[in-house]
Design a protein around this ligand. Sequence first.
Ligand SMILES: O=C(O)C1=N[C@H](C(=O)O)C[C@H](O)C1
Length: 289
Amino acid sequence: MPHGIHVPLVTPFGPDGALDVPSLERLAHHVLAEGAAGLVVLATTGEAPLLTGDERRTVVATCRKISEAYGTPLTVGVGTIGTDESVRQAIDRAADADLLLAVVPYYLRPTDEGVLDHFAAIGTAAGVPLIVYNVPYRTGKTLRAETLLDLLAAPYVAGIKHCAGAIDADTLTLLAEGRGVLGGDDAFLYPLLQLGATGGITASANVAPAAFAAMADAVRDGDATRALDLHNALLPLVNALFAEPSPSVIKAVLAERGLIADAAVRSPLRPPTAASLTTALERLRKSES
Ligand SMILES: O=C(O)C1=N[C@H](C(=O)O)C[C@H](O)C1
């Protein structure tokens, strides 16, 4: 069962728009050295749908080597609208992955039963445990709490990355009855951990890996005061990092800090405004003081 903070890495591009592997390596080393429990590639934050097939393979191979050097798991994103193509992706990426982060099929809004069949097909074919990526505000598909619990109980599912955008009634049911929930909404990570989530996949941890890892450790160790202090210090930063479509602000902050060479994002994402970047940098400095 995944635990701790797994960082969904941004995918750095150079000023010419090409994949920047040295920056990816630098960032991956940095977050693991700062206490992240694992790397996640080809997720939302990694702009996965905007990469070519060759770029995806390079990102996975690069982070595979680094994960092996640190002895930490590598989670690789998979999944699209249709089951057949999702299965193909899963088979292709499973060889280099410890876990696959498989998104709920989006856009078509299938039934919950269709979604269960979708994950059964992927999980059976891949032979690598899945983390179900439940993000209704992106996919357009909300799953019933019972369906999420059915997924958690499936032999091919190691966990659920839960991004409900709130702590709603279904989230409470899921956490009360299921094991292996990972917080996927950065702003809600602390309460989710307190309610029993085993860890998180949080984009903001690209920028502040040590603080996120410390917060997860504090909850695990029962140090509620320290965990709450860290949450309160991180929350303004998280809000600033998500003030514009992610990962634009995150990349700009990483570039300012010298962790990646350039802040470029791919269209239709756009660079953040100067005001958003300034606010995020100020809040990062404050969170560190
Ligand atoms: O890339 C991810 O994985 C994450 N995606 C969420 C989103 O952007 O919807 C947020 C989370 O921090 C990580």
